[in-house]
Design a protein around this ligand. Structure first.
Ligand SMILES: NC(=O)c1ccc[n+]([C@@H]2O[C@H](COP(=O)([O-])OP(=O)(O)OC[C@H]3O[C@@H](n4cnc5c(N)ncnc54)[C@H](OP(=O)(O)O)[C@@H]3O)[C@@H](O)[C@H]2O)c1
Length: 288
């Protein structure tokens, strides 16, 4: 890392809403000169009172700083602010700190590259109140040299974690984790929805459901190890046995309010693997 101390370096914070305001305050407390711009200028007045330097435009803020943080609502706001930049920004790093999609991250990276700057996309896993504390974790992806150059400064905001050089890696990581939660939680809801109609004691069932969810958690290392080694041992059931259960579940879930959870696509994938002679492998083979 080329940056060994955080004091004295100028950082632009574009967008001083809840996250941007917290970020700017933390950077000021960390000894940085912080240049702020907000679409609604009055909303950054409090930051100026505590030492931030107001800029008249995004362009003015960006041209005077090595690190430019776009703490904005969404990609539409990021695109608008980037459109206001036409200067040669070579040597600078622009960080998109907003919740967005993989495609938006790639588009931001292309626009920033066209300006001659390096891009980092950030996934903020923190609320404004915890920015700058040990409870904040922020994912970054894109230019590794830019991350390394600014890691000390970014570390003031929360635990910085570089997750990949593809610009979209942080956004995908963030969304994939949400997806995991939805899959597990909706799986639980589907199960409760189907059993309660049969007169089953839902509270008793839920204890068995918790044990079943625990099997997924304890199986994570073996699943990932198989994926990394491209080896898919059957475990408790092979694909042929899984297909029977999956087909039963498709029938059980037919016409239900929460749908079938994509099981018909899973069945087609398993059928393809069985036709290829891989019926003795485990479920991880479906993404192998
Ligand atoms: N708050 C959280 O707990 C939290 C947690 C994790 C991630 N995030 C993500 O962090 C990002 C920022 O969230 P936030 O809570 O800071 O939002 P916020 O308080 O609503 O602030 C949004 C900022 O974006 C600016 N903005 C919006 N549209 C703009 C445009 N077209 N041009 C220029 N500036 C524009 C706003 O300026 P004005 O003041 O002029 O409206 C404001 O500075 C979001 O993507 C959010 O999903 C937030």
């Amino acid at each position: 890392m080329t940056e060994t101390r955080s004091a004295g370096r100028r950082v632009a914070v574009i967008g001083t809403g809840a996250i941007g305001g917290a970020v700017a305050r933390r950077l000021l407390a960390g000894g940085h000169d912080v240049v702020v711009w907000n679409r609604t200028a009055s909303r950054s007045a409090g930051l100026v009172e505590v030492g931030a330097l107001p800029a008249g435009s995004v362009r003015e803020a960006a041209s005077s700083c090595a690190l430019i943080l776009l703490t904005l609502t969404d990609y539409a706001a990021v695109r608008q602010c980037l459109a206001g930049l036409d200067a040669d920004l070579s040597g600078r790093t622009i960080v998109g700190m907003y919740t967005g999609t993989a495609d938006e991250a790639r588009r931001s990276a292309r626009r920033v590259a066209a300006l001659g700057a390096r891009y980092l996309d950030a996934g903020i896993q923190a609320s404004p109140e915890v920015i700058g504390t040990g409870a904040a974790s922020i994912l970054y992806s894109g230019s590794r040299p830019a991350f390394e150059e600014h890691a000390v400064t970014l570390g003031l905001l929360g635990e910085p974690r570089f997750v990949g050089e593809a610009p979209e890696a942080a956004a995908v990581w963030d969304l994939a984790l949400f997806g995991l939660w939805y899959d597990a939680q909706l799986g639980l809801l589907r199960a409760l929805d189907t059993v309660r109609e049969t007169g089953v004691d839902v509270a008793e069932f839920s204890r068995a459901a918790a044990v079943q969810l625990g099997h997924v958690v304890t199986g994570v290392p073996a699943t990932v190890s198989g994926l990394v080694r491209a080896a898919y041992p059957a475990g408790p059931a092979d694909l042929t046995e899984h297909l029977t259960v999956v087909r039963h579940l498709i029938g059980l879930r037919a016409g239900r309010r929460l749908g079938d959870g994509g099981l018909p696509e899973v069945a087609v994938r398993i059928e393809t693997l069985i036709k290829e002679g891989r019926g003795g492998e485990g479920l991880t083979a479906t993404i192998g």
